[in-house]
Ligand binder design. Sequence first.
Ligand SMILES: [Zn+2]
Ligand SMILES: [Zn+2]
Ligand SMILES: [Zn+2]
Length: 397
Amino acid sequence: MDPGVLYTLVYLLLCFFIIFPTTEIESFGLTVDNLCSRYLTGDNFVQYHMKLTTVKMLIHFTMPATYVGYMRLLRWLNPDDFKPHLSPMVAHFNHHGLLLAAVLLLAALAVAVAVYWAWNGWSNHPTAKHLQQFINETTMRDWRAVATNINDECRRVTKMVVRLNTLSKLVVTENWIVEIRQYGINVAHQNAAVMIVCEVNTQDVITDTIEESQFVNITVHQLHQQRQQQQRQQGTTSFKLRLNGVHYNDLRDRVRCPVHVLPSVKFQSLNDRFVEAFREVIARNGTVVPAAGPIAGDSCLACLQAQPDVKIEKRCLDVDQAGNLLPDADRCEPCHCRPHWCLSCLAVWFASRQERSEWNTWLSRKATCPMCRARFCVLDVCYLEPNVPTDADAAQR
Ligand SMILES: [Zn+2]
Ligand SMILES: [Zn+2]
Ligand SMILES: [Zn+2]
């Protein structure tokens, strides 16, 4: 391989992991956050994050310029590697001044922005401008007072910190909701904020527990009172949070501001989702008229509410997925029990007999009848024929 291409790939990989550090890299402490926390120790929460975002911005936007320097250094160190076949990429940088100028201009721009942000005690930093929205005439007269208030609360042990993803974090204190992002922070004051749960996504990610794969999308709306030309104006700003489902209840209990859940949002546990999938399969299995119907007026033995509406009736062919006949020990067995359970409860029972971590194979597994212990699969569960005669009907006749 051309050494130029190889070195470029190594550099790109390095850049990728600097921008998106994995948990392994974090555990070694090799992230920008970690290295900065060693040198910016004297700073408070807000000021520290202002400096951190500046350092990150500088590193990320000078990456192309660093690449040029890195390639030149390598060429200087091993001139023999590069001489015989000069890669077109390197040649481009050597002879095409325009690209080099653009790269250096980007780096210079990043430095200029960093200097501008730091000017006048960081008052020009986007975070300082963001905090200016919370100024009032009494307690918080400028953004520094707002920052001091946030810093004080962030120092308390009662704060809640949740990692949202590799790039962002959520901090909830008594009065503030702070989202820390790659290049800045989003802040809301709980006295004038509303959280709206807009959506719950379920993602099939590979984790130890399925519950971790549910994500809650929350929009935080912040109402601002602004004084403009002797006139009070109201405005709102908002930002979005994407929170792992396991932290949702904690967050809801912690915040003081109202949390509204849109009617379209459905929180589903693993069991809820399985019941839904189970119901879909059973609907395709057809119906059955059992030899002995449910006893009139009896409700499901598990929930004591719904009417029993399914029966285990062996219908599968005892073959595996490849179509081979199963050994005797694995075959489903006939169940002669009366219908005693409703579909949801039978589905929950079925799920409870399975290995929790192998949730994606549950539908292809088997369980035993809760009454007679006969083995059954999802193909062996049928809805009762809508007008199954009950014992009471038979007695009347
Ligand atoms: Zn039930
Ligand atoms: Zn049975
Ligand atoms: Zn079966």
